[in-house]
Write a protein that binds this ligand. Structure first.
Ligand code: ADP
Ligand code: MG
Length: 210
């Protein structure tokens, strides 16, 4: 497979999905955060689109690293440094890898691990990790079971959606929502929702082009 995968269609698809759910995302972070998650994310996406010509010239691993550094320097918020470190790690991991389903899953899983390390968080703490970890686990399981690509991606979407929904009843132990104690219960975590939306947008585009 070429190591010059076109990344911009994925960024466009992510932007479309975030835009379609903008009000909902803003409200989620207003309820148990400080209300800036949507704006942080939009700032990051716009910075990537501004750099699209440069990103298109780069080989896959270098493009991922560049995305990470761009997100770190433009996005802001906890999510900016977490997504930034995810992409920088994915860029390092992608070097020399075959970009098939197994390789892509290894790259994604390394990115999720870097969020766990940087945020000192794990599943069940009402964060973006509650969408990302189940998605990574689902993909690894599909590879073990030799599930066909589209079905594997549909399963991954389901795992991300269930994980995102599971944050609703959780107490938060990391991030701003952790200051709210019991008052955080009953609200879905904004970062879990946006991570799930982005994963679904990417999966749908891969399925469509498959
Ligand atoms: P901030 O919290 O600085 O205002 P954002 O609003 O952009 O930044 O992002 C908030 C999201 O970041 C939360 O909804 C949560 O999903 C995620 N988050 C916050 N802290 C952590 C952490 N330590 N580990 C993983 N994710 C985190
Ligand atoms: Mg916030």
């Amino acid at each position: 497979m070429s190591n010059n995968l076109p990344l911009m269609p994925y960024i466009d698809a992510i932007k479309a999905s975030i835009t379609a759910h903008a009000d909902e995302i803003a409200q989620l972070d207003q309820a148990i955060g400080d209300g800036d998650h949507l704006i942080n994310l939009q700032r990051g996406i716009e910075a990537l689109l501004k750099n699209s010509e440069e990103l298109e010239q780069l080989e896959f691993s270098a493009a991922l690293s560049k995305i990470g550094m761009t997100l770190m320097s433009t996005m802001g918020g906890a999510s900016g440094s977490l997504f930034g470190s995810m992409f920088v790690t994915m860029g390092k991991t992608a070097k020399g890898k075959t970009l098939d389903v197994t390789g892509m899953t290894e790259i994604f899983t390394a990115g999720v691990e870097s969020i766990k390390a940087r945020g000192k968080a794990d599943i069940g703490e009402k964060t973006m990790l509650d969408a990302l970890i189940p998605a990574s686990t689902s993909l690894k399981q599909s590879i073990r079971n030799e599930v066909e690509l589209s079905a594997a991606l549909e399963d991954m979407k389901k795992a991300a959606i269930e994980g995102m929904e599971s944050t609703k009843d959780m107490l938060a132990t990391k991030g701003r929502a952790s200051f709210l104690g019991e008052r955080a219960r009953g609200h879905i975590d904004a970062g879990a929702r946006t991570s799930q939306l982005m994963l679904c947008a990417i999966a749908d585009l891969i399925i469509e082009n498959h």
